[in-house]
Design a protein around this ligand. Structure first.
Ligand code: FA5
Length: 337
């Protein structure tokens, strides 16, 4: 073989090797390429071996060209190998593997507050109360004025109420996040004549120093019954029956006097929790002024109302030690219900 023949074959090997290398996009074809061009019996090695048959002058030139090619092919090989590895690692990992065994889907579930509210509503619905829903953003008129809560009552203060607009505008007053579901009492009575028998669930908001039994957002279920001849016995009977349905017949229940400006007399009801009384609701006979405010005749009609906290009820029913679990969105808590 002559030197020029060797150089011809070096440049044709180079062209072919580089073209084939760019098509070797996986590790197997890359390895086949390496064996074919650079292996012990490979084509470049063949040329290097033949150098011995050339005259010394020609050998030097052809040897230098062959070594240059060797260096170029080695560098091209490394570059292609790196390219292949990068492509493999950035390949989509969410490709569907049809050989994987099937897994059970994890269905979502209702929030524990929602479950508790539904259970409570079902109990009251069976006793003849109809469910109505109200607004979370309320007018001062319904949250306070119509409920006989005086203008200087501390609950209207910045410390308890989250105000959207504190400024009084006409009879509606300011705008606030409702602090209780009781605005649904005058809202319902304004819309219909007695008899009334409703329950109204929803979220309430207060500026609270939170602790194990107080959140700044929580739910209430309001209840209201107005008719001729309703008495305190009806109130007690309804709430006893509610407690019996939710907690069972054996759970101890306690009524105590309490004050709310929109009832007279007023009570709260507590449930026995390991020897401790925990308050779950406020209640009472609807104040005559509240009936007058909506145009009902308090000489003809009487009524009772109550506001229950479903988170407190759930805590007692399921032994939850801290109300703050309800709104932390921790699946370890939520998935237990
Ligand atoms: C009221 O909100 C009255 N509107 C209840 C009422 C209705 C009285 C009708 C008379 C007639 P009180 O602030 O006590 O009252 O709240 C009633 C219930 O809501 C409490 O017993 C408790 O179960 C729940 N509750 C009140 N504040 C919180 C709070 N910060 N975190 C969690 N639950 C609360």
């Amino acid at each position: 073989m002559t030197s020029s023949a060797t150089e011809d074959s070096i440049s044709s090997i180079k062209a072919e090797a580089l073209e084939r290398l760019s098509a070797a996009t996986d590790q197997d074809s890359l390895e086949r390429w390496r064996v074919e061009f650079m292996g012990r019996k490979g084509r470049l090695t063949g040329i290097l071996r033949n150098l011995g048959s050339l005259a010394p002058e020609e050998r030097r030139e052809a040897g230098a060209a062959a070594n240059r090619l060797k260096g170029e092919l080695e560098a091209a090989f490394e570059a292609q190998s790196a390219l292949n590895k990068r492509a493999a690692s950035s390949a989509p990992t969410d490709a569907i593997d049809v050989t994987l065994p099937g897994r059970k889907t994890r269905p979502g579930r209702l929030h524990p507050s929602t479950q508790m509210i539904r259970e409570m509503l079902a109990a009251f619905n069976e006793m003849g109360f109809q469910t109505v829903e109200g607004n979370e953003v309320e007018l001062e008129r319904y949250n306070f004025d119509m409920l006989n809560i005086p203008a200087d009552h501390p609950a209207r203060d910045m410390q308890d109420t989250i105000w959207i607009n504190r400024e009084r505008v006409g009879a509606d007053g300011g705008i606030l996040m409702r602090t209780q579901t009781s605005p649904m009492q005058p809202r319902t009575m304004e819309q219909q004549d007695p008899p009334v028998r409703i329950v109204s669930p929803g979220k309430c908001f207060r500026i609270e120093a939170t602790d194990a039994t107080h959140e700044w957002q929580f739910h209430q279920v309001e209840g209201l019954a107005v008719d001729e001849g309703l008495s305190f016995a009806d109130l007690k009977g309804t709430l006893y029956e509610f407690a019996r349905r939710i907690f069972g017949a054996d759970r101890k229940v306690r009524f105590r006097c309490d004050f709310f400006p929109f009832v007279e007399p007023g009570v709260d009801m507590s449930i026995d929790w390991n020897g401790r009384w925990v308050e779950i609701l406020g209640a009472g006979m609807v104040h005559p002024q509240v009936l007058r405010n909506v145009g009902y005749d308090p000489e003809k009609y009487t009524g009772f109302a109550f506001g229950v906290g479903p988170e407190r009820v759930a805590m007692l029913k399921y032994g939850i030690e801290d109300i703050r679990h309800f709104f932390n969105n921790d699946l370890r808590f939520l998935s237990q219900f």
